[in-house]
Design a protein around this ligand. Structure first.
Ligand SMILES: NC(=O)c1ccc[n+]([C@@H]2O[C@H](COP(=O)([O-])OP(=O)(O)OC[C@H]3O[C@@H](n4cnc5c(N)ncnc54)[C@H](OP(=O)(O)O)[C@@H]3O)[C@@H](O)[C@H]2O)c1
Length: 359
């Protein structure tokens, strides 16, 4: 019987604290019993690592759609990909590739049943080939966030030569959002991110026209030179000073896609966090739209959105990069690293390879 491990929340970083590796603990746990009727024994292959998990480390998450993790209990992450290891459910066969888009336990093997509250959807292998982790990036919630954010809140007009600025641009959502903005007709796409290596990736490997390292460059000055006619769409992944700087250079009737505010996730502030009175005045005077965007509110558009992403990926119009941590024991450190900018593209954890000859 294979060994089984899980990751638990050992202690909390505090609402004002940076998450640390020691907040997590990797420990041995029992291998599940054989599945009973209606149950499936699932083997984890990949885990998704997401900024939204930070709020679950607090005693209260501050958002209505996610609860906090309990101390000493197994981490329930946002998404994962696995394989059916044993099945006692007529809808699943050993070897099936499966995903949970909204929740996945941080463990090697677990029992799933319909009443567990977690969806277990079969994945069409022909879509992902030998890269099942694509389900956690472009062909999953990350890709949908980028696409639906651009479409629903960005409202680009093809041919209008609009300028799009993206913060957190070399991350999972940001790197896709920039490519999608171009595909949706943006004139120019500028990325803001935290290293020269990331800037080179955006302009060298991807289609960004220009990139700004917010840690070493003057963002306001660089935006003035790269966007002399102002900014029409801002895909905001980070909030804080960067966003105040970008929004202050936006034109009348421009649009902010309020996707995330990671720069304040380690602070005790509500979501979305308050902005300065002067920025409020700019937004009102220029009639800049800045509604909160939550991908989960667009479930009716997931199917058509995924079809679009599948087509672009198959046509080679979208590039996908991953930062991969090896082993379940690295899940906590991968999360800590991602929160500090250690990733380019989607941060994932590779837990195991598919099994041959299950059951
Ligand atoms: N609205 C929705 O439905 C939805 C869905 C998914 C994700 N999101 C949000 O989208 C954003 C991106 O998520 P993701 O999964 O794609 O993560 P990600 O961008 O791949 O990773 C997080 C990145 O945030 C940057 N960052 C960390 N601290 C920062 C700070 N103080 N200032 C500026 N940048 C900072 C880091 O890059 P640098 O090196 O550039 O600092 C890091 O790589 C997050 O805010 C997340 O909460 C929203």
């Amino acid at each position: 019987m294979p060994e089984n491990f899980r990751v638990i929340l050992q202690n909390r970083p505090g609402v004002q604290g940076e998450p640390k590796e020691t907040n997590f603990h990797h420990e041995v746990c029992p291998f599940p019993n054989s599945p009973e009727p209606g149950q499936v024994l699932v083997k984890t292959l990949y885990l998704s690592v997401d900024p939204a998990l930070r709020c679950r480390m607090n005693e209260s998450t501050g958002v209505e759609y996610m609860g906090p993790w309990a101390l000493g209990e197994m981490i329930l992450g946002l998404g994962g990909v696995g394989e059916v290891y044993q099945s006692n459910h007529e809808g699943y066969t050993p070897g099936d590739l499966v995903q949970g888009a909204f929740s996945w336990p941080w463990t090697n093997y677990f029992i799933w049943e319909k009443t567990s509250g977690m969806d277990l959807d079969k994945v069409d292998r022909s879509l992902v080939g030998d890269r099942p982790s694509l389900i956690l990036s472009v062909l999953g919630l990350t890709g949908l966030t980028s696409l639906l954010g651009i479409r629903e809140k960005g409202q680009l007009t093809p041919g209008a030569n609009e300028t799009v600025v993206i913060s957190g641009a070399a991350g999972a959502c940001g790197s896709l959002a920039g490519q999608i903005a171009k595909l949706e007709g943006a004139g120019k796409v500028i990325g803001i991110c935290g290293s020269d290596e990331k800037c080179d990736y955006l302009t060298g490997d991807l289609v960004f026209d220009s990139a700004i390292n917010y840690k070493t460059q003057n963002v306001a000055e660089k935006l003035k030179t790269t966007c002399p006619d102002g900014i029409q769409v801002y895909f905001d992944n980070v909030g804080g000073d960067i966003s105040e700087t970008v929004i202050s250079q936006m034109t009348p009737n421009s649009r902010v896609i309020l996707c995330g505010q990671i720069s304040v996730y380690n602070n005790d502030v509500p979501y979305p966090p308050p902005i300065s009175a002067s920025l409020e005045a700019i937004i009102a005077e220029r009639k800049i739209s800045r509604d909160r965007f939550l991908v989960l509110n667009y479930a009716a558009k997931f199917k058509s959105g995924l079809e679009q992403l599948i087509t672009w990926l198959a046509d080679g119009k979208i590039k996908v990069r991953e930062t991969v941590a090896e082993g379940l024991e690295k899940a906590g450190s991968a999360f800590v690293s991602m929160m500090k900018g250690g990733n380019i593209g989607k941060q994932i954890v590779h837990v195991a390879d598919p099994t041959k000859n299950t059951q």
